[in-house]
Design a protein around this ligand. Structure first.
Ligand SMILES: *[C@@H]1O[C@H](CO)[C@@H](O)[C@H](O)[C@H]1NC(C)=O
Ligand SMILES: *[C@@H]1O[C@H](CO)[C@@H](O)[C@H](O)[C@H]1NC(C)=O
Ligand SMILES: *[C@@H]1O[C@H](CO)[C@@H](O)[C@H](O)[C@H]1NC(C)=O
Length: 595
């Protein structure tokens, strides 16, 4: 199945195409690839059947490690709650190990299996005999009839590396250590900000919207990007094969994998359906208000549906982005406030709401899929009622990273509460699809009162629409905007996304030099010049490394411009941006040269 001599794996059948005489190819980087077992086994012994108890991790509900009974036979791993259930055929799952990517951490006796539809995390119970574990992972047990990738994570276990919190990353410096875990530990340690100061600041109170934007407001916005997305010739496989089970922040990525937007702009995209908050702030009933807030929280995921194909640029430390939308009644600012770990902070205000969050992600590549686990809390206040809502984001997973059609899935539970009132709360479940063919992207939610009684139910799909009530008489609360024609050629951008990086002539004189719109690599990519973009990206990353070196040499820490740490350790706006913007181009302020 996997023609391992070619730089990228293909899913064509390998019959007759393998140039290898042997069944195994050992690569220097710790990969062991087993292939061509079908038909060969004359000299090979069929592996014994293996069974017993392993721990399996559940993400939700009932998060944690649970004992399950497993049976591995002829390359198929089946499991059930108990041995008796397995015997009766009451299976919880059935995994074709040969079609999965398996990574093993010997030291912690953990096995991760990425089957594309699911990522399984298994662990050997410590009193299990070591021999069984090694039998389980031995290549002999690789399935009859298929080919398995076994990534032997070195015994210098990755568990000792502090988990980084990050978005997909462009951090070139990590290339140094892409195959040497020892180096990684030390370099990584060195770069972690042990010394971030945490001043005692308050969460911002709601303050009123005073339009300070220039009279030169952009009236008509572009409806298209200047150039379609270039066709990519990059082999992701070459980049990723050394990085299974790792955080991709350690991996340098070519610009061809990017879309011409960055993470700061992606945060602004969460406001595409801000009218739901306008409606909430105009709604007397607290339960119904919660429905609108929950729907707004769901709508933040909508634009991701068409965007699994590429990743946003990573902002450099100190990069800022503003989005002034008088037509929608809000203005928005964001700043990259930390580099290790990467943290993006944003703040938006309107007459009808305030929205803020700081965002960091842990991401893990499992061989076929990448999981993105967000950290941090999203906040919305509604001035008409003094409400302060808070919620968490759910896990996202990009499937089929290396081959076929990439697609994105979100799963998990989002809990929304109003910290200023316990009248009601809401729980929204992003349902994990059982398989690609079954219903996908479903959400369901309940608004409950202080006693836990269900007041409202909502259901729908995060990429499409949300309804309230029960199916025959359900009411549509929200529907996604139609996509522009030709969106496939233009990175899957919505009309709102197309507008985010537009640099109008009048805006040029008003923005601070750190605004993303001035970033050359992203602009060149937008214009379809990938070579120029790659060159600029490397130059910009190099400048960032030099700035960090200067800070380190002088025992200094980076101070964000427009955000400060609040007492609960989140980044909040210091409410100076729009005031300072009255001075065109922020000309009285000093900014570092970011590009
Ligand atoms: C605030 O909400 C009201 C009611 O939905 C709406 O009519 C108004 O345009 C909104 N104001 C702004 C500034 O968006
Ligand atoms: C750097 O700052 C820390 C804490 O303020 C101090 O303990 C240390 O001695 C300083 N190092 C240098 C090289 O100045
Ligand atoms: C807020 O931002 C301004 C502009 O950068 C800065 O000068 C000021 O020190 C910041 N204030 C606080 C309280 O962080």
């Amino acid at each position: 199945r996997n023609k391992m001599t070619s730089p990228s794996p293909t899913h064509s059948d390998s019959s007759g195409s393998s140039k290898h005489d042997s069944n195994q190819v050992c690569l220097s980087d710790g990969w062991e690839i087993v292939e061509g077992l079908r038909g060969v086994p004359a000299t090979m012994q069929e592996p014994d059947r293996q069974e017993g108890v392993l721990l399996k991790r559940r993400k939700w509900p009932m998060k944690g490690w649970h004992k399950r009974y497993f049976l591995l036979e002829r390359g198929i791993l089946k499991y059930a709650k108990r041995e008796t259930d397995l015997k009766k055929g009451k299976l919880h799952g059935c995994i074709d190990v040969g079609l999965s990517v398996m990574s093993i951490k010997k030291k912690t006796m953990c096995i991760d299996l990425d089957t594309e539809d699911n990522i399984y995390h298994l662990k050997v119970i410590s009193h299990m005999r070591q021999v069984q574990f090694s039998q389980l992972i031995s290549k002999q047990d690789c399935p009859d009839g298929s080919h398995s990738l076994v990534h032997q994570v070195s015994s210098e276990s990755k568990a000792s590396i502090p988990e980084s919190l990050s978005e997909f990353f462009d951090a070139k410096e990590y290339l140094l250590s892409s195959s040497s875990s020892e180096n990684e530990v030390s370099i990584y340690h060195y770069l972690l900000p042990h010394h971030l100061s945490i001043p005692n600041f308050q969460v911002p109170s709601v303050h009123f919207f005073a339009p300070v934007s220039s009279v030169l407001t952009l009236t008509s916005r572009r409806s298209m990007l200047p150039s379609p997305s270039p066709t990519s010739s990059v082999s992701l496989w070459n980049i990723l094969r050394n990085n299974i089970g790792k955080d991709l922040s350690k991996v340098a990525m070519p610009v061809q994998l990017n879309e011409p937007l960055n993470t700061l702009q992606r945060l602004c995209e969460e406001l595409e359906y801000s009218e739901l908050l306008d409606t909430a702030n105009d709604c007397q009933d607290p339960y119904q208000r919660m429905v609108y807030v929950a729907t707004f929280a769901i709508s933040a995921y909508t634009s991701t549906y068409h965007r699994a194909g590429s990743k946003p640029f990573n902002p450099v430390l100190g990069e800022t982005y503003e989005c002034d939308r008088p037509d929608k009644g809000f203005r928005f600012i964001a700043e990259q406030v930390s580099h290790h770990p990467p943290v993006s902070a944003c703040h938006s205000d309107s007459k009808n709401f305030t929205f803020w969050q700081d965002v960091r992600w842990k991401n893990k590549f499992w061989g076929k899929s990448m999981e993105i686990v967000p950290m941090g809390t999203t906040h919305v206040t509604l001035p008409a009622f003094g409400d302060h809502y808070e919620w968490n984001k759910v896990t996202s997973c990009i499937h089929n990273i290396l081959s076929g059609q990439r697609w994105i899935e979100h799963y998990g539970e989002m809990a929304i509460k109003n910290t200023n009132s316990d009248i009601c709360q809401c729980k929204v479940t992003f349902v994990k699809a059982k398989s690609w063919s079954s219903t996908v992207n479903e959400i369901e939610g309940v608004v409950t009162d202080s006693k836990g009684k269900v007041i409202h139910t909502i259901f729908g799909k995060w990429h499409e629409s949300v309804f309230q009530g029960d199916p025959p008489s359900a009411m549509c609360i929200w529907r996604a905007n139609p996509m522009p024609v030709d969106q496939e050629q233009y990175y899957g951008f919505t009309q709102f996304a197309v507008e985010l990086n537009e640099l109008d002539f009048s805006l040029r004189t008003l923005l601070p030099p750190t605004d993303t719109r001035f970033r050359l690599d992203q602009r060149l990519l937008e214009e379809g010049n990938t070579e120029g973009a790659e060159e600029q990206k490397q130059r910009i990353e190099q400048l960032q490394r030099e700035r960090r070196k200067v800070l380190q040499d002088n025992n200094m820490t980076h101070q964000p411009r427009f955000f400060k740490k609040s007492k609960d350790d989140t980044w909040v706006s210091n409410n100076t941006y729009w005031e300072l913007r009255r001075d065109p181009g922020f000309s009285k302020m000093d900014f570092p040269v970011l590009w």
